[in-house]
Design a protein around this ligand. Structure first.
Ligand code: FES
Length: 118
């Protein structure tokens, strides 16, 4: 049994838990409004990610809707009964997990030249 939703809201299912969302708001906004601050982990390092740019430019907000492919939660409006699950899970066949030499460099691990390098 789920908690009573406020009038005018629609149900949204986050990892099996029913949340209340307002029609027209983005999935990201609905998650934030329900206290969900991060909804996926990075493939490398497992760092939490959620809303960052909020305009569809960064891809930090990836989720899976109704078991489909990953989409940007900040761009998709909620629809009644939508099932939302985390994006960014590492699939078993991820070639980067099989062969670490194929991994791109970590963004925050890039070494910038210093005056001592000159
Ligand atoms: S928060 Fe950047 S694409 Fe959604």
């Amino acid at each position: 049994m789920s908690a009573a939703r406020e009038e005018g809201t629609v149900p949204l299912h986050w990892q099996g838990r029913e949340l209340a969302a307002r029609p027209g708001q983005s999935v990201a906004a609905a998650l934030l409004e329900n206290g969900v601050r991060s909804w996926r982990r990075t493939r490398r390092g497992g760092r939490p990610r959620g809303l960052f740019c909020g305009i569809g430019a960064c891809y930090d907000c990836l989720v899976r809707l109704d078991g489909g492919p990953e989409v940007r939660a900040c761009l998709v409006p909620v629809s009644p009964g939508l099932r939302v699950d985390p994006g960014g899970a590492v699939p078993e066949h991820d070639p980067c997990e099989q062969d670490p030499t194929r991994r791109p460099p970590e963004r925050d691990a890039v070494q910038h030249p210093t005056e001592e390098d000159a």
